[in-house]
Design a protein around this ligand. Structure first.
Ligand code: AR6
Length: 181
């Protein structure tokens, strides 16, 4: 599923993010940048030790929730990995939507800063961090659409959604947002 946003594309695909050929792959990391399970585990396994070596040097203090930092991409075909730290879901009244939106915005800004025209995102916070899927999809897509409308870049933003259920939630959310706009 693909939509046009001010001359850019926003696309939803079902699949494994490590197989994407893009300038930047986004990781759903933790604040310590310590690696973990889920998409974080898959990215570190596929990329090899280069990412961890790079983040330990460049981002020794980690990264707070709501932000993101850049590293090399090791054996992945991408040029960069952006490590985004989404919020842990605690019921929705502890700033979760703002933090999630801010993590996506920071990645999009990193893409602009590093001349990346194509970026692949996972569904940040929607796994181990427990963010309700429909709400996570709405924040993710709205943030990217707003950014592309305003900045006219990155030209190619893709969401790589790991299962049919996650893909379906994002597809329903995108239909609603595109209808409204
Ligand atoms: N490609 C795309 N999406 C994937 C992949 C993959 N290879 N593997 C899993 N997903 P999660 P979070 C989906 O838990 O909620 C880690 O341990 C998954 O189905 O990876 O932000 C970190 O170290 C889900 O839809 O990230 C942190 O401690 C989405 O990616 C913590 O989990 C996000 O799930 C971060 O939790």
């Amino acid at each position: 599923m693909r939509v046009n946003v001010s001359g850019c594309t926003l696309e939803l695909l079902q699949g494994d993010i490590v197989e994407q050929t893009v300038d930047a792959i986004v990781n759903a990391a933790n604040s310590e940048l310590a690696g973990g399970a889920g998409v974080d585990g898959a990215i570190h396994i596929a990329a090899g030790p280069a990412i961890m070596n790079d983040t330990k040097t460049k981002h020794a203090d980690g990264c707070p929730a709501g932000s993101a930092v850049e590293s090399v991409a090791g054996l992945l075909s991408a040029k960069h990995v952006f490590h985004a730290v989404g919020p842990v879901w605690r019921g929705g009244r502890e700033g979760e939507p703002e933090l999630l939106s801010s993590a996506y915005r920071k990645c999009l800004q990193l893409a602009v800063d590093h001349d990346c025209s194509s970026v692949a995102f996972p569904a940040i916070s929607a796994g181990a961090y427990g963010y309700p899927l429909d709400l996570a999809a709405n924040v993710a897509l709205k943030t990217c659409i707003d950014f592309q409308k305003w900045h006219k870049q990155p030209r190619d933003v893709r969401f790589i959604l790991f299962s049919e259920g996650v893909f379906g939630a994002f597809a329903r959310s995108l239909e609603t947002l595109v209808e409204i706009k």
